[in-house]
Design a protein around this ligand. Structure first.
Ligand code: COS
Length: 378
């Protein structure tokens, strides 16, 4: 990618990145455009990633993970995103969805981790609701205790993997108003009363299903409570701190793909009797793109290293998500500009990259929410 040299901590990590690149080129790249056009979720491709050990990278081996530092995991995400953003996002969302059980689940729940981390079970994360995504502490989906169960009623929105996932993390109200009245339940997707709705018709990332889920008196056994009653909001925020780094890595990979494509095109295209790459106006645009990508990658990996060292990294993850996704929007837009009219038609992938970049500024906390998180740490 762009002649970029990676510094990785171990020989293992170089091997892993090599494997990720092989899968990205061999399995992802040839399918992406077609699945995107049809809006079909590539469940088999995700299974292939699971079998290759790529769905549990940052979790310990004793639970079926690969014990990789976040720094390495994120570079795998980046490589996948450079070939098919929806698949990289699926890996990131799945990894996020495994976090609550891994970090807060009791012994019983943790027995599910090998199947989750091995990719047999695909995860989804249900926090947002139709009337609110940013003000997460105001959520209204309710879980009422009924004997040995919780009965869950309400509607979740913007749920990636809705209808495809095997398990859902449900953040729901078990107590009074505000952050402390929220709990986290882990539900089997097959539970009666969990009703995924039709997929949204999205601007991009069409092979990634996103939909509302209606919970109509869904009975969830009480032993599916993750952490303690009232811990849900904190668990959700912790998981999002990690998840935001995954989105930042997605943005870096997507922008790299756009830059590589634009450079390749510019080299071949001539106007006024020479390659357009020889025009300074265009060269400088590409140089700015390369610089933005390098800066976003460095910011993302710096935050990951803090996480790996067990240090606070919440604000740094928000900075990485904010900077990397705004950068990806700019770089993909510029890539369309480099191709001119050809950038605006579907014969080339850059129009898709530009549509895909937009969602990264919105998911896992809008970039306005990232600024709020960052400013609270000043
Ligand atoms: N890690 C651990 N705990 C956290 C935390 C984090 N990153 N962020 C907040 N908390 C804790 C706080 O410490 C506080 O606990 P105490 O009351 O015990 O001190 C509690 O959670 C409530 O926090 P706070 O008062 O900061 O909550 P707010 O309602 O003010 O909102 C924001 C916080 C806006 C940051 C939060 O709602 C948010 O991130 N919203 C965006 C949600 C989002 O990203 N949605 C995307 C859809 S999910 S894919």
């Amino acid at each position: 990618m762009g002649g970029m040299e990676r510094l990785l901590p171990t020989d293992d990590a170089y091997e892993l990145l090599g494997l990720a690149a092989e899968i990205a080129d061999g399995e992802l790249a040839p399918r992406a455009a077609d699945f995107e056009a049809r809006g079909e979720f590539p469940r088999e491709v995700v299974r292939t990633l699971g079998r290759a050990g790529l769905l549990g990278l940052p979790y310990p081996e004793e639970h079926g993970g690969a014990a990789q530092p976040y720094e390495v995991y994120l570079q795998v995400i980046e490589v996948l995103a450079s070939r098919w953003l929806a698949v990289a996002e699926a890996v990131s969302v799945h990894t996020l969805s495994c976090y609550p059980v891994y970090a807060h689940g009791g012994e019983q729940l943790r027995k599910l981790l090998p199947d989750m981390l091995g990719g047999e079970l695909l995860g989804a994360y249900c926090l947002s609701e139709p009337q609110g995504g940013s003000d997460a502490a105001a959520l209204t989906t309710r879980a009422s205790r009924d004997g040995d169960s919780f009965m869950v009623t309400g509607t979740k929105a913007w749920i990636t993997h809705a209808g495809q996932a095997d398990f859902y993390n449900i953040f729901c109200r078990t107590g009074g108003p505000g952050a402390h009245g929220i709990s986290c339940l882990l539900a089997d997707a097959a539970t009666p009363g969990i009703l995924p709705q039709a997929s949204e018709k999205t601007m991009g990332l069409r092979s990634s299903p996103v939909a509302q889920i209606v919970f109509d008196d869904a009975r969830i056994p009480a032993d599916r409570l993750v952490g303690e009653l009232g811990d849900g909001f904190k668990i959700a925020m912790e998981a999002l701190d990690s998840g935001r780094l995954g989105i930042a890595a997605c943005a870096v990979g997507l922008a790299q793909a756009a830059l590589d494509y634009a450079v390749g095109y510019a080299r071949e295209r001539s106007q006024f009797g020479k390659s357009i790459l020889e025009f300074q106006g265009l060269r400088f645009m590409l140089a700015d793109a390369a610089t933005g990508i390098a800066a976003a990658r460095a910011l993302t990996l710096a935050a990951a290293r803090l996480r790996d060292a067990g240090r606070p990294y919440s604000a740094e993850a928000a900075k990485a998500k904010l900077f990397a996704t705004d950068m990806a929007m700019r770089v993909t837009t510029d890539a369309v500009q480099v191709l001119g009219g050809y950038g605006y038609v579907q014969d080339h992938p850059v129009e898709r990259y530009m549509r895909e970049a937009k969602v990264l500024q919105i998911v896992e906390g809008t970039n306005q929410i990232q600024r709020l998180v960052i400013s609270r740490h000043l």
